[in-house]
Design a protein. Structure first.
Length: 608
């Protein structure tokens, strides 16, 4: 790969055109295709920016969602192809993009070494040969796309269900599948059998005889078991998982899909230990399924393993690659401070650069009902509180991507909408038993916020394409790791930091990614335990026992993770490369935090 890192999807809009900014340097990134209106507006913007003709695809057009996504992805491919062609014709002179392409490489990269050799070589036959070799090596980063499996709303026209093929996730997949891209779809946020089955319909997801694909499948997962279950389901359909993208359950941006206490280190170790066996097992299932489809593939396709979530230093980056045999690592939230790479409006960018640890928190703001990493200083959070103060909680619901609730209506509505919150608060007031309980329940309802508009507003503000009467309120969902980066950075500064050429965090007191994640999981467990004890009287016995089993399993997995790291200390093997004395002391404090938990009410009985 041109680089050993990629930029994961960042909200709806923050990385929606990141490939146009970084792919020319060989950097792969991921675009959200949840919002077809956003894709259409960005297509119009970039057509105008590049003096290209633009014909709008109105939302009333049949299959408009898929067609809009296809058109936008094709435009990005066209523009990036032109960028790369232009780079290959440039001279190797200071300041040219082709020089920058190789200057951004890791020092240990063979191409970086060839580039340095070329610079030292005087004009002549050898210099010409080296330049030609480097030009041929220029390769664009991948334009990958993200589909959240859970965001799969059924669509209607005049109360008529448009059918399974027109649900949000399936239409988005069709948009990608019909595009000219040769890249991957990153499927995240859980298992969607309907989406998995629909993948079978597109020839680009099947291999040629040599195991090459036009379009690949990447599964974003948080533990080994879920990866294995999903990959087997796909293999039985003749679909190969080209990459398992492991994400920390809590030390990440966006929605946080907490594991049952499984920590990143043990998870990566399990993948490493079972990598070959899993690949062989999937290959056997896969070839049998291909045979039934009369597809021949002689060579087992490559299967990569990458990880992301909370990585902050070159030492951590290298440790993950070397100790766990990863092919690459994802760097997400820090790139929100890189204007050259992502779309963050000036006010939000300033607030992010000045933020402290307490400004980043795990919330229940998402209408999906999944914990969501939030930012206290966001203008969307300010707007939410302002509406509550005016006794007008909730947001107008225009895009309806997160409409899942049918408590009060036949067709699903969004729990962040003004309509739902009005109806729910009225119901709560009719049954609340005390002022304290009333406030608690209302606060839980009004914490939900509109993400469809809020996660798009930043790019509209930055590119000055906000429409009249559109909200300027910006939602943003950085991971907690962003707290340690405290200024705006250039693309070169961030890439050099990843590769250890510079240290942007010099002098910053920051726990390493494993210590930070452990602390986040302990805090999460404490809150779950608190809710368990508070709800004891209201839960029926069966539900209470089920929750008790879950918490016991969670607690024991935390302890297993602690022992895994401790074993690494004792062996003093590769796992110690990023554990200095200070970090081990922080780790021990986290363990004491576990010991302080009162587990008697759960009868856990486990000992640290």
């Amino acid at each position: 790969m041109p680089h050993t890192f990629h930029i994961p999807v960042l909200g709806l809009a923050y990385s929606v055109d990141t490939p146009l900014k970084v792919a020319q340097f060989g950097i792969s990134s991921v675009v959200s295709i949840v919002d077809d209106e956003l894709c259409e507006r960005m297509r119009k913007y970039h057509c105008e920016l590049n003096y290209l003709p633009y014909t709008s695809i109105d939302k009333t057009v049949i299959d408009s969602r898929a067609k809009r996504i296809t058109a936008y992805l094709n435009l990005m491919q066209q523009l990036i192809y032109s960028q790369v062609a232009n780079i290959k014709n440039q001279a190797f002179e200071p300041g040219t993009i082709i020089s920058r392409y190789f200057e951004l490489k890791c020092e240990s990269s063979p191409l970086s070494k060839t580039y340095k050799e070329m610079l030292k070589t005087p004009a002549g036959r050898k210099r010409t040969m080296l330049e030609s070799q480097l030009r041929k090596a220029v390769e664009a980063g991948s334009i990958d796309v993200n589909i959240m499996a859970k965001v799969d709303k059924v669509n209607f026209v005049d109360d008529l269900d448009l059918g399974n093929e027109n649900t949000d996730a399936l239409a988005a997949l069709r948009g990608f599948a019909n595009s000219r891209l040769k890249s991957a779809v990153v499927i995240s946020a859980g298992l969607n059998p309907r989406l998995f089955t629909y993948l079978e319909n597109f020839a680009d997801f099947y291999p040629d005889e040599d195991g090459h694909f036009n379009k690949k499948i990447i599964l974003k997962v948080s533990d080994y078991r879920s990866a294995m279950v999903q990959a087997k389901m796909l293999a039985k359909k003749g679909l190969w998982v080209a990459e398992f993208r492991i994400e920390s359950g809590l030390n990440c941006g966006g929605h946080a899909f907490a594991t049952e206490g499984f920590l990143l280190g043990p998870i990566l170790h399990e993948f490493k230990a079972n990598r070959l066996a899993l690949s062989e097992e999937l290959w056997a299932i896969y070839t049998a399924a291909l045979q039934q489809k009369n597809i021949y593939c002689a060579t087992k396709p490559i299967q990569k393993i990458t990880a992301q979530g909370g990585i902050g230093t070159a030492a951590e980056h290298n440790h993950l690659l070397q100790a766990y045999g990863l092919d690459a690592a994802g760097w997400g939230s820090p790139f929100l401070l890189v204007e050259e790479a992502t779309n963050v409006d000036s006010e939000t960018l300033k607030n992010l650069a000045e933020a402290t640890e307490s400004d980043f928190y795990l919330s229940n703001a998402s209408p999906l009902g999944v914990p969501f990493n939030n930012f206290r200083k966001s203008t969307a959070e300010q707007e939410r509180l302002s509406r509550i103060a005016k006794s007008r909680p909730g947001s107008p619901c225009t895009k309806k991507y997160l409409c899942t609730n049918t408590e009060f209506t036949e067709q699903p509505i969004c729990t962040a909408s003004r309509q739902y919150q009005h109806l729910k608060i009225r119901e709560i007031k009719a049954f609340a038993t005390s002022p304290e309980e009333l406030k608690k329940q209302i606060d839980a309802v009004t914490e939900k916020t509109c993400l469809c508009e809020g996660l798009c507003a930043s790019v509209y503000l930055k590119d000055e394409i906000l429409k009249p009467k559109e909200s300027k309120a910006v939602s943003i969902c950085p991971g907690p790791n962003l707290a340690y980066f405290s200024k705006k950075y250039s693309l070169k500064e961030m890439v050099d930091h990843i590769y250890g050429k510079v240290n942007l965090l010099e002098g910053i007191n920051r726990p390493n990614l494993f210590v930070k994640e452990l602390g986040l999981y302990i805090d999460y467990f404490k809150k779950e335990l608190q809710h368990f004890n508070e709800d004891f009287k209201t839960n029926i016995q069966q539900l209470h026992q089920k929750k008790q089993v879950y918490l016991t399993r969670f607690y024991n997995q935390l302890l297993n993770g602690v022992e895994f790291y401790r074993a690494g200390f004792q062996k003093a093997d590769a796992d110690l490369k990023i554990w200095g004395k200070e970090q081990i002391e922080l780790f021990e404090k986290a363990v004491l935090n576990i010991q302080s938990i009162n587990t008697q009410s759960l009868n856990l009985g486990a000992k640290v």
